[in-house]
Design a protein around this ligand. Structure first.
Ligand code: SAH
Length: 394
């Protein structure tokens, strides 16, 4: 077994069970991609077993902080069993859910989503890549699903020095799927869609928008970065009068239109704009348009803290423009899925955008990722998705 020795004073993070060891913390030692290594403090005290990733700045991702733990097929089977059992307890109102959420489930780099009886997995780090076959077999056995599609095409693979891989890893079948969420039907494709096919993490926020639409009777809703229109379906199903969906992807908007039809929603209550959100918001401000509710769910603008400053300006700008489009009593549903922007910083950005737009905002609610995307006390980076519901005061 190879051992990695940390520099003096660098042991605290692992002692607090944070699973990452950065290259700068290492005094000596290494391993092959995905190889299990032992990590010791500068004094030679055991800290963790982990997977080495020689090409990544995150040089080791910890599997276990228990010296007696063997990292073998049984270890992975047990971790997967516990992750799946946790979701079973949650009683999630959907046939699509996240079964494994990487570091938060003790399996750094692994994401597994279940769509009906099809599993979709992302192997995003050298460790889970090395154990791929063991993980795939255990997943089929534990879930009873006959097929697993691999979507190892997230950008993180590049940082790990791993090539992109997509395709059936076990079994095969159709890649089109109809998600049933809160009683709505949402078409997606696990091979073509974003992430593993859909933004399952926004499930609770879609329901929140639906409920606000019902209570506040929004006449005009603007759904920015709409993708395939999940929030648009939610708003219309909640009784919103009209929804404008903006996205820069034509195919996503096509699917959004399909999704409205699937739910029997009246297309005359919908408009779809294949456009840049920033430009559209500016144009709406210039035209003096107003919307009773606006959803801002942009893509990840700051993947890490290093991008935070530039991203903060971009977030502030779209939020400022959105605030200008709200009438008194209008509500902004604003999100950030950037791991590099913490909850407090996001709150500050939105507050400063409101102030620049001369809006006094009442924060009605804080939103976050759905419960199958858990955060843990040891891994604050797991809290990547945060949202605020802000009403412009009357
Ligand atoms: N709200 C969606 C997910 C949004 S993902 C849901 O709940 O399903 C982000 C979306 O923003 C993607 O569909 C992407 O095509 C779109 N996008 C990225 N940059 C954009 C821009 N500048 N203008 C418009 N759309 C953009």
């Amino acid at each position: 077994m190879k051992t990695i020795r940390l520099k003096p004073g660098k042991e605290r993070s692992l002692q607090r069970r944070h699973p990452w060891v950065f290259d700068g913390a290492i005094a000596k030692g290494g391993g092959d991609p995905g190889e299990t290594v032992r990590v010791d403090s500068a004094e030679g005290e055991f800290l963790a077993w982990g997977a080495c990733s020689p090409n990544s700045k995150i040089r080791v991702r910890a599997w276990s902080f228990d010296q007696g733990q063997r990292i073998d097929a049984a270890f992975f089977r047990d971790a997967l069993r516990r992750a799946i059992a946790l979701r079973e307890r949650m009683g999630i109102a959907s046939n699509g859910l996240r079964l494994v959420h990487g570091e938060s489930d003790g399996l750094p780099g692994l994401v597994v989503d279940r769509y009906g009886d099809t599993l979709v997995a992302q192997f995003g780090a050298a460790g889970v890549e090395r154990w791929k076959d063991v993980i795939a077999d255990a997943l089929l056995e534990l879930t009873g699903c006959p097929r697993l599609y691999e979507r190892s095409d997230a950008s993180a693979r590049g940082l790990e020095g791993l090539p992109e891989v997509t395709g059936w890893l076990r079994g095969d079948g159709p890649t089109a799927f109809e998600l049933e969420e809160h009683g709505w039907r949402l078409g997606l494709d696990i091979a073509q869609g974003h992430k593993t096919g859909y933004y399952l993490d926004q499930r609770d926020s879609r329901l929140a928008l639906h409920d606000y639409a019902k209570r506040l009777k929004f006449a005009q809703v603007l759904n920015c970065f709409s993708y395939t229109g999940g929030f648009s379906v939610a708003a219309l199903a909640g009784g919103a009068g009209h929804v404008t969906s903006i996205d820069s992807s034509g195919p996503a908007l096509e699917q959004a239109r399909e999704n409205l039809k699937l739910n029997g929603l009246d297309l005359s209550r919908a408009a779809f704009l294949d456009a840049d959100v920033n430009a559209s918001l500016r144009q709406f401000v210039a035209e003096g348009r107003q919307f009773d509710a606006i959803v801002l769910d942009p893509p990840k603008l700051a993947p890490t803290a290093a991008h935070a400053e530039r991203a903060a300006r971009a977030y502030k700008d779209i939020n400022r423009l959105a605030f200008k489009l709200l009438p008194p009593g209008g509500v902004l549903f604003t999100f950030s899925c950037s791991g590099g922007i913490g909850v407090e910083l996001f709150h500050k950005i939105v507050a400063s955008a409101a102030s620049d737009a001369d809006v006094d905002g009442a924060i009605l609610q804080r939103l976050g990722g759905a419960c199958d995307h858990p955060m843990t006390t040891a891994f604050p980076e797991g809290e990547y998705l945060k949202g605020l519901v802000v009403m412009k005061k009357l």
